[in-house]
Design a protein around this ligand. Structure first.
Ligand code: ATP
Ligand code: MG
Length: 391
């Protein structure tokens, strides 16, 4: 008799022949997230993953479960007791194991699942016997099959019978890195951390690039962005972080180009540099936090101009979201409080009073031809600082 964590993956189970590759990646991510909590064996069978601590009595199950609730690819999980596959063993342990949850509940039900069909009782028979046992031990309880406070599960699987007091939700999605790698342009704002979260959820491994403009932007503004990345790492895993000095490029744009095109020109420079760094990293796409019509640089013509400069796939997961929806997610994932700290971003340096909302690519390219920006781009890439951010 021992305790373990039972993990169920949803969408991965649909992946046919690739399924085993997805499961291997998920298992690798799980091991990485739990690496400092003590020795465990992680194995898979019957579309579930079993995490068995070597010393269950000393294992911090609560911490492990709260970390696993942020591992993409996990749909459901539960802390469970494994007993021998016999009705006798199930009935003798179920009351004690569920004591803490059931003592304070008013209603419950037992659900049974029998994936090992050799087990002599059917699922309804298992549920009825287990329910009867619990009712006699906790006479204050009532059975409510439709809306119970607690659902006790009994699962007959290949290596044993598993008892647990209900399942918790995981974050869903696909395991990080199962879809490849992308580079997120991260600012200190509310949007880009949410965009990063959403694309990691679809299985992308992330690196991040941030543009700084000292002395116009401060060290604290950079720290804020690093904190945002740190807050994302429970979901994304460690992030390779690139900090690009952007002051000279912004000053050159201010000096040589029409003021009303400054924002779109600056965004194009960011895209060019980000794409170069991404290629070097083996990333196949860029991610931004842009949302249609949110600001002047996020109209269709402006986005089209920005896109052309990237020369690489640009993912904009927030494009159809309202600010209120983005804020809701940012609160849920814990980045909101940091995002609203009032430090300047390089985007707010030299912002034109009347930015062009419908820039024409032809004029944008003419403006760029007014000076030779290539050496400045090369220099910025050469001066970029790189480090890992992990939790
Ligand atoms: P955010 O809330 O993410 O800052 P925003 O609504 O303020 O977005 P902009 O400031 O126009 O919009 O920026 C649009 C996108 O450009 C951001 O979501 C981000 O992906 C990228 N970006 C902006 N500033 C920077 C920066 N300093 N470094 C890296 N990327 C940036
Ligand atoms: Mg911003």
């Amino acid at each position: 008799m021992k305790e373990l964590i039972l993990v169920k993956n949803g969408e991965i189970a649909l992946k046919g022949l690739n399924r085993s590759r997805f499961e291997e990646i998920l298992i690798r991510n799980i091991k990485w997230r739990l690496r400092d909590l003590g020795k465990t064996t992680v194995r898979r069978a019957q579309s579930a993953i079993y995490i068995e601590p070597a010393e269950p009595d000393f294992y911090d199950f609560d911490e492990a479960i709260s970390r696993l609730q942020k591992v993409f690819g996990i749909v459901m999980l539960s802390r469970a007791l494994v007993v021998e596959k016999s009705m006798e063993a199930i009935l003798s342990h179920i009351g004690g194991y569920c004591e803490a949850t059931l003592a304070s509940a008013k209603t419950f039900k037992v659900e049974a699942k029998r994936s090992d069909k050799r087990f002599p009782l059917t699922s309804p028979q298992i549920a009825a016997q287990a329910g009867g046992k619990l009712l006699s031990r906790f006479p204050h309880l009532k059975v409510d099959v439709h809306n119970p406070e607690v659902t006790v599960m009994v699962e007959i699987r290949d290596f044993g019978a598993y008892i647990h007091g209900g399942q918790l939700h995981g974050p869903g999605g696909m395991p990080v890195s199962s879809s490849g790698q992308a580079m997120v342009l991260i600012s200190g704002g509310i949007d880009s951390p949410v965009a990063a979260y959403q694309m990691a959820k679809r299985g992308l491994q992330l690196s991040a690039v941030h543009f700084v403009s000292p002395p116009y932007t401060s060290g604290r503004a950079l720290e804020k962005v690093e904190t945002l990345c740190e807050k994302l790492t429970p979901y994304t895993g460690r992030i390779r972080f690139f900090c690009v000095p952007f002051t000279k490029i912004q000053e050159a744009l201010r000096e040589h180009c029409p003021e009303e095109l400054f924002t779109v020109l600056m965004r194009r420079m960011m895209m060019r540099i980000a794409a170069r760094l991404a290629e070097r990293e083996g990333a196949e796409a860029l991610i931004t936090g842009e949302s249609l019509a949110q600001v002047a640089s996020q109209t269709l013509p402006a986005l089209a101009c920005t896109d052309c400069a990237a020369g690489m796939l640009v993912l904009r997961p927030l494009i159809g979201m309202d600010k209120t929806e983005i804020i809701r997610t940012s609160r849920e994932i814990g980045t909101y409080e940091t995002s609203i700290l009032p430090y300047e971003d390089c985007c707010t340096v030299f912002t034109p009073k009347h930015p062009r909302t419908k820039p024409k690519l032809q004029f944008v390219e003419q403006a760029e031809a007014m000076f030779d920006f290539a050496p400045l781009v090369e220099q910025a890439i050469a001066d970029t600082e790189v480090r890992y951010i992990s939790s």
